[in-house]
Design a protein around this ligand. Structure first.
Ligand SMILES: CC(C)(COP(=O)(O)OP(=O)(O)OC[C@H]1O[C@@H](n2cnc3c(N)ncnc32)[C@H](O)[C@@H]1OP(=O)(O)O)[C@@H](O)C(=O)NCCC(=O)NCCS
Length: 161
């Protein structure tokens, strides 16, 4: 499958919204939020295209008060494009950009039941010879009122790109 990685454009926001909705267990965001990801946060996001169709997307940002840390908000790969290393390739491509030159840490949150995602970030940490530290960031009861599983923060680093 020939897949091209690109910096997103504002017109991609709708396709991102639809791709996320089609791929549980990701939480959907408003279309407006996805439009912000593909405009203000485009330089820290990546879109993967196959035959004119969006098949993967990573959103994230450099933490405002921690410029050495990239916070990955969501990673999604459509079912047909899974199992070919696309999620890893997208994340690694962001880390190769000059705007992330000073970034040595990756943070993301994962629910305890999302094994695919845990494997993905363990695999990245292995490639980067980095350690992983795990702590609950948003708690099921305290933050989500029992309506959502706890989100555990994975802090990975220091990263050897
Ligand atoms: C998680 C997800 C992004 C993985 O995408 P992908 O392109 O298939 O992942 P990759 O091919 O890059 O795999 C990276 C590593 O994770 C492992 N992995 C990926 N999916 C897996 C699964 N379902 N079960 C076990 N391991 C898995 C791969 O074996 C690989 O490990 P390795 O390098 O040790 O061989 C994709 O399954 C997805 O979009 N899921 C739904 C949304 C989601 O849960 N997103 C993450 C939460 S933000």
């Amino acid at each position: 499958m020939k897949i091209e990685l690109k910096i997103p454009e504002s017109e991609d926001g709708l396709a991102v919204n639809q791709l996320v909705a089609q791929n549980p267990p990701l939480d959907t965001n408003s279309l407006y939020c996805n439009l912000l990801q593909t405009t203000h946060f485009a330089e820290t996001a990546v879109a993967a295209w196959h035959d004119g169709e969006l098949v993967g997307f990573v959103s994230g940002y450099i933490k405002p008060e921690q410029p050495d840390t990239y916070f990955l908000w969501q990673v999604v790969v459509g079912e047909a494009a899974r199992g070919q290393g696309l999620a890893k390739r997208m994340i690694q491509s962001i880390f190769q950009r000059s705007n992330l030159a000073a970034v040595r840490w990756l943070e993301t949150t994962i629910t305890p039941d999302n094994e695919a995602s845990q494997r993905l970030f363990k695999s990245l940490a292995r490639d980067w010879s980095a350690q992983i530290d795990v702590n609950v960031l948003f708690d099921k009861q305290e933050h989500f009122g029992g309506q959502h599983n706890s989100e555990e923060l994975y802090r990975i680093g220091p990263i050897n790109k």
